[in-house]
Design a protein around this ligand. Structure first.
Ligand SMILES: Cc1cc2nc3c(=O)[nH]c(=O)nc-3n(C[C@H](O)[C@H](O)[C@H](O)COP(=O)(O)OP(=O)(O)OC[C@H]3O[C@@H](n4cnc5c(N)ncnc54)[C@H](O)[C@@H]3O)c2cc1C
Length: 342
């Protein structure tokens, strides 16, 4: 019988599991129920009893590695914690959120245990044989993988499973002892991104895409870049949206044209950019060309605001297209949601 371990970690408070961790818990419980396997949840946190409360109602065995050294993401302590949890659970299948924290250590832990790892898993299927799905070639080809090798580590992409939402109850977490490695890395503080605003928010309900139109000459013959920046940042703040961009807009910086200072290539959506997973998307001042729209593959409801009634969005790529001036639409929208400019 398979023994499934779901590795989870706390957020910056040290005492609450991250949303991506709770998604992995749902995936583990669902898989265990389907294949008839045992399931444990391994918790890496400062306070694993507090963090475990959110998953105590799952019925899974709870194992924890606690203490201050596990409050910060750090290769040596995180790898030691995950290795100890895998050994304690005698796991044959290890599921973990594809967070930056676990993505950094999972391959090393798998190697220490003589296992195999696959990353960017989006779905788990199969009964007799576990089948893990992932996309290749910029989300064009979906592969279904199965392996005989154990332990098999599977890093799950966030947004592919519902977060576990059981009632919080006091948790009985078994403490797993860890031989602390030599700690050479200490965290002396946090530095915010240079632009002062974190615009990429994978957990946001809405993806807001800014296209090159925001920096182009408008009907009055002038560009209005500072106003565009105010409207976009005001909306992001008010709606808690994540900011995406077209390639044309982010490329402008390197081409010496007017540019929105908070955008980088990390914001780019599309064939040569990111393929995020948000339930909703709103494109503004963007033409909706195919290389851009392929990055919207996993966006549920799609809306666009464009001056061009013949843009790509109107050709079946958006559910609703508002043929309108995005400067006016976004000013009105910001007023409605009570947001002010930057
Ligand atoms: C190999 C390759 C890979 C590529 N990869 C990517 C990729 O990963 N991502 C990507 O985005 N692109 C990619 N591209 C580029 C892509 O083909 C388009 O050139 C790009 O997406 C266009 O960006 P845009 O729509 O913002 O700009 P534009 O085409 O300039 O469109 C601007 C739009 O804004 C509208 N507009 C202007 N003012 C307003 C206003 N006030 N209100 C409302 N609308 C307004 C205009 O009508 C126009 O439709 C790739 C291209 C190639 C060849």
């Amino acid at each position: 019988m398979e023994s499934i371990l779901v590795l989870t970690h706390a957020d910056e408070t040290g005492a609450a599991l991250t949303k991506a961790s709770l998604e992995a818990v749902s995936a583990g419980i669902e898989l265990a129920g389907r294949i008839g396997a045992s399931v444990s949840i391994g918790i890496v946190a400062v306070d694993a009893q507090a963090a475990g409360a959110a998953v105590a109602s799952s019925g899974a065995r709870l194992l924890g590695v606690f203490g201050e050294p596990f409050g910060q993401a750090r290769y040596s302590t995180d790898a030691a914690a995950c290795e100890a949890l895998c050994r304690a659970a005698q796991a044959t299948i290890v599921l973990a959120p594809g967070s930056s924290r676990f993505t950094r250590v999972a391959a090393g832990v798998s190697h220490r245990l003589g296992g195999f790892i696959d990353t960017h898993i989006t779905a788990l299927g199969g009964t007799a044989n576990i089948e893990a799905s992932r996309w290749f070639y910029r989300q064009r080809i979906e592969a279904v993988l199965s392996r005989d090798a154990r332990p098999w580590f599977l890093l799950l992409d966030s947004g592919t499973h519902a977060a576990f939402a059981g009632e919080a109850t006091p948790a009985q977490v078994e403490q797993v002892a860890v031989q602390l490695p030599l700690i050479r890395t200490t965290v002396s503080g946090l530095r915010a991104p240079t632009q002062g605003a974190q615009t990429i928010r994978p957990d946001a309900k809405l993806l807001f895409v800014a296209g090159a139109g925001w920096t182009k000459k408008q009907p009055d013959g002038q560009t209005h870049v500072p106003e565009a920046a105010d409207l976009i940042l005001g909306f992001l703040r008010g709606a808690g949206a994540s900011l995406g961009s077209s390639k044309s807009l982010v490329d402008q910086g390197s081409e010496g044209q007017s540019v929105l200072p908070f955008l980088t290539h990390l914001n780019q959506i599309g064939q040569t950019g990111a393929t995020p997973r948000h339930p909703k998307g709103l494109a503004t001042c963007c033409h909706g060309e195919e290389p851009h729209v392929v990055g919207w593959r996993f966006i549920g409801e799609r809306r666009a605001v464009s001056l061009d009634a013949n843009c790509g969005w109107t050709r079946g790529k958006a559910d609703v297209v508002y043929v309108a001036d995005a400067f006016q639409v976004m000013a009105k929208l910001n007023a409605l949601i009570g947001s002010v400019g930057a």
